[in-house]
Design a protein around this ligand. Structure first.
Ligand SMILES: [Zn+2]
Length: 198
Protein backbone atom coordinates (compact mmCIF):
# COMPACT_ATOMS: atom_id res chain seq x y z
CA UNK A 1 0.00 0.00 0.00
CA UNK A 2 1.28 3.43 -0.93
CA UNK A 3 0.68 6.02 1.77
CA UNK A 4 -0.35 9.17 -0.02
CA UNK A 5 -1.53 12.45 1.49
CA UNK A 6 -1.53 16.21 1.27
CA UNK A 7 -0.56 19.02 3.57
CA UNK A 8 -0.38 22.82 3.58
CA UNK A 9 2.47 25.15 4.48
CA UNK A 10 2.40 28.90 4.98
CA UNK A 11 4.95 30.33 2.55
CA UNK A 12 4.31 34.06 2.94
CA UNK A 13 2.53 36.55 5.17
CA UNK A 14 2.16 40.31 4.93
CA UNK A 15 0.23 43.16 6.51
CA UNK A 16 -1.99 44.93 3.97
CA UNK A 17 -3.18 48.52 4.04
CA UNK A 18 -6.82 47.93 3.16
CA UNK A 19 -9.53 48.46 5.76
CA UNK A 20 -11.34 45.42 7.17
CA UNK A 21 -14.64 44.87 5.34
CA UNK A 22 -16.26 43.74 8.60
CA UNK A 23 -15.07 46.15 11.35
CA UNK A 24 -13.61 48.93 9.07
CA UNK A 25 -10.39 48.94 11.15
CA UNK A 26 -7.36 50.24 9.19
CA UNK A 27 -4.09 48.26 9.01
CA UNK A 28 -5.50 45.27 10.83
CA UNK A 29 -5.42 42.75 7.96
CA UNK A 30 -2.74 40.11 7.57
CA UNK A 31 -2.67 38.08 4.36
CA UNK A 32 -1.22 34.56 4.26
CA UNK A 33 -0.25 32.47 1.26
CA UNK A 34 -0.58 28.75 1.86
CA UNK A 35 0.88 26.24 -0.57
CA UNK A 36 -0.61 22.78 -0.51
CA UNK A 37 1.50 19.81 -1.56
CA UNK A 38 1.13 16.07 -1.86
CA UNK A 39 3.38 13.64 -0.06
CA UNK A 40 4.09 9.96 -0.47
CA UNK A 41 5.36 8.18 2.66
CA UNK A 42 5.68 11.68 4.16
CA UNK A 43 8.19 12.74 1.52
CA UNK A 44 6.95 15.96 -0.13
CA UNK A 45 6.36 15.00 -3.74
CA UNK A 46 4.87 17.81 -5.79
CA UNK A 47 3.00 21.07 -5.10
CA UNK A 48 -0.76 21.38 -5.50
CA UNK A 49 -2.90 24.53 -5.18
CA UNK A 50 -1.68 27.77 -3.69
CA UNK A 51 -4.25 29.81 -1.81
CA UNK A 52 -4.50 33.05 0.13
CA UNK A 53 -6.28 33.77 3.40
CA UNK A 54 -6.81 37.14 5.08
CA UNK A 55 -7.29 37.59 8.79
CA UNK A 56 -8.32 40.71 10.72
CA UNK A 57 -6.48 41.07 14.03
CA UNK A 58 -9.27 43.32 15.33
CA UNK A 59 -12.45 41.33 14.64
CA UNK A 60 -10.89 37.97 13.67
CA UNK A 61 -12.73 37.78 10.35
CA UNK A 62 -11.08 35.23 8.05
CA UNK A 63 -11.63 35.41 4.29
CA UNK A 64 -10.54 33.04 1.53
CA UNK A 65 -9.32 34.15 -1.91
CA UNK A 66 -12.75 34.03 -3.62
CA UNK A 67 -14.24 36.17 -0.82
CA UNK A 68 -11.66 38.95 -1.12
CA UNK A 69 -13.17 42.39 -1.77
CA UNK A 70 -11.71 44.54 -4.59
CA UNK A 71 -9.59 46.49 -2.06
CA UNK A 72 -7.68 43.30 -1.09
CA UNK A 73 -7.09 42.01 -4.61
CA UNK A 74 -4.12 44.14 -5.67
CA UNK A 75 -2.31 43.21 -2.44
CA UNK A 76 -3.10 39.58 -3.06
CA UNK A 77 -1.74 39.76 -6.63
CA UNK A 78 1.43 41.40 -5.42
CA UNK A 79 2.12 38.92 -2.60
CA UNK A 80 1.23 35.97 -4.81
CA UNK A 81 3.57 37.09 -7.59
CA UNK A 82 6.61 37.37 -5.37
CA UNK A 83 5.95 34.14 -3.49
CA UNK A 84 7.69 31.17 -5.05
CA UNK A 85 6.77 27.56 -4.39
CA UNK A 86 9.60 26.17 -2.22
CA UNK A 87 11.85 23.69 -4.04
CA UNK A 88 11.65 21.11 -1.23
CA UNK A 89 8.04 20.47 -2.25
CA UNK A 90 9.44 18.83 -5.41
CA UNK A 91 11.67 16.41 -3.43
CA UNK A 92 9.73 13.30 -4.45
CA UNK A 93 9.71 14.27 -8.13
CA UNK A 94 13.45 14.93 -7.93
CA UNK A 95 14.16 11.53 -6.35
CA UNK A 96 11.98 9.86 -8.99
CA UNK A 97 13.83 11.64 -11.82
CA UNK A 98 17.23 10.60 -10.41
CA UNK A 99 16.10 6.96 -10.16
CA UNK A 100 14.75 7.00 -13.74
CA UNK A 101 17.96 8.52 -15.14
CA UNK A 102 20.03 5.98 -13.16
CA UNK A 103 17.95 3.08 -14.45
CA UNK A 104 18.24 4.39 -18.01
CA UNK A 105 22.06 4.68 -17.79
CA UNK A 106 22.31 1.19 -16.25
CA UNK A 107 20.17 -0.29 -19.02
CA UNK A 108 22.24 1.48 -21.71
CA UNK A 109 25.44 0.09 -20.16
CA UNK A 110 23.94 -3.40 -20.04
CA UNK A 111 22.95 -3.13 -23.73
CA UNK A 112 26.49 -2.11 -24.70
CA UNK A 113 27.92 -4.99 -22.66
CA UNK A 114 25.57 -7.50 -24.27
CA UNK A 115 26.50 -6.30 -27.77
CA UNK A 116 30.19 -6.83 -26.92
CA UNK A 117 29.54 -10.29 -25.43
CA UNK A 118 27.51 -11.47 -28.41
CA UNK A 119 30.35 -10.57 -30.81
CA UNK A 120 33.05 -12.25 -28.69
CA UNK A 121 31.33 -15.28 -27.16
CA UNK A 122 33.17 -17.52 -24.70
CA UNK A 123 32.52 -21.04 -23.53
CA UNK A 124 30.22 -20.95 -20.51
CA UNK A 125 28.39 -17.70 -21.39
CA UNK A 126 24.74 -17.94 -20.37
CA UNK A 127 22.08 -16.45 -22.66
CA UNK A 128 18.62 -15.62 -21.32
CA UNK A 129 16.29 -16.45 -24.21
CA UNK A 130 12.70 -15.44 -24.86
CA UNK A 131 11.21 -18.20 -27.05
CA UNK A 132 7.76 -16.60 -27.19
CA UNK A 133 5.39 -14.84 -24.78
CA UNK A 134 5.60 -16.57 -21.41
CA UNK A 135 8.27 -19.03 -22.63
CA UNK A 136 11.80 -18.45 -21.46
CA UNK A 137 14.87 -20.65 -21.32
CA UNK A 138 18.66 -20.53 -21.12
CA UNK A 139 21.35 -21.26 -23.69
CA UNK A 140 24.94 -21.98 -22.68
CA UNK A 141 27.88 -21.45 -25.04
CA UNK A 142 29.61 -24.79 -25.62
CA UNK A 143 32.10 -24.24 -28.45
CA UNK A 144 32.97 -21.22 -30.61
CA UNK A 145 34.17 -22.06 -34.13
CA UNK A 146 34.72 -19.07 -36.37
CA UNK A 147 31.34 -17.45 -36.86
CA UNK A 148 29.40 -20.38 -35.42
CA UNK A 149 28.51 -20.53 -31.74
CA UNK A 150 27.48 -23.97 -30.51
CA UNK A 151 24.80 -23.60 -27.85
CA UNK A 152 23.60 -26.07 -25.24
CA UNK A 153 19.88 -25.56 -24.57
CA UNK A 154 18.43 -25.89 -21.12
CA UNK A 155 16.08 -28.87 -20.79
CA UNK A 156 13.46 -26.67 -19.07
CA UNK A 157 11.26 -23.75 -20.01
CA UNK A 158 9.79 -21.23 -17.59
CA UNK A 159 6.75 -18.99 -18.05
CA UNK A 160 8.25 -16.01 -16.20
CA UNK A 161 11.29 -13.91 -17.01
CA UNK A 162 12.30 -13.94 -13.31
CA UNK A 163 12.17 -17.75 -13.38
CA UNK A 164 15.29 -18.01 -15.52
CA UNK A 165 17.58 -17.81 -12.49
CA UNK A 166 16.23 -21.16 -11.29
CA UNK A 167 16.91 -22.77 -14.67
CA UNK A 168 20.65 -22.43 -13.97
CA UNK A 169 20.25 -25.29 -11.50
CA UNK A 170 18.51 -27.48 -14.12
CA UNK A 171 20.38 -29.65 -16.63
CA UNK A 172 21.30 -28.57 -20.16
CA UNK A 173 21.04 -30.94 -23.15
CA UNK A 174 24.33 -32.71 -23.91
CA UNK A 175 24.27 -31.99 -27.67
CA UNK A 176 24.91 -28.43 -28.80
CA UNK A 177 23.74 -26.88 -32.06
CA UNK A 178 25.26 -23.95 -33.94
CA UNK A 179 23.90 -20.40 -34.25
CA UNK A 180 25.71 -17.81 -36.36
CA UNK A 181 27.10 -14.78 -34.53
CA UNK A 182 25.21 -12.52 -36.96
CA UNK A 183 21.96 -14.31 -35.99
CA UNK A 184 22.74 -13.87 -32.30
CA UNK A 185 23.19 -10.16 -32.92
CA UNK A 186 19.76 -10.03 -34.61
CA UNK A 187 18.22 -12.00 -31.73
CA UNK A 188 19.68 -9.47 -29.28
CA UNK A 189 18.31 -6.54 -31.27
CA UNK A 190 14.87 -8.17 -31.47
CA UNK A 191 14.82 -8.76 -27.71
CA UNK A 192 14.85 -12.54 -28.09
CA UNK A 193 18.10 -12.51 -26.13
CA UNK A 194 17.15 -10.72 -22.93
CA UNK A 195 20.51 -10.76 -21.22
CA UNK A 196 23.92 -12.41 -21.33
CA UNK A 197 25.85 -13.42 -18.21
CA UNK A 198 29.53 -14.23 -18.16
ZN1 LIG B 1 -11.99 43.39 11.18
Amino acid sequence: MIIFGSAGKEIARDKIRAACTNCQEQNSITMYIVQRYTHIYWIPCFPAEKKAISECTNCNQVLETIQFPESYKSYYKNINLRTKTPLWMFTGLGIFAVIMVGAFIASQQNNTENTELVLLPKKGDIYEIKLSDEKYTLYKVDIVEGNAVYMLENEYITDKEEGMGELLLKPFYKESSPIMKSDLKIMLEKGEIIDIER
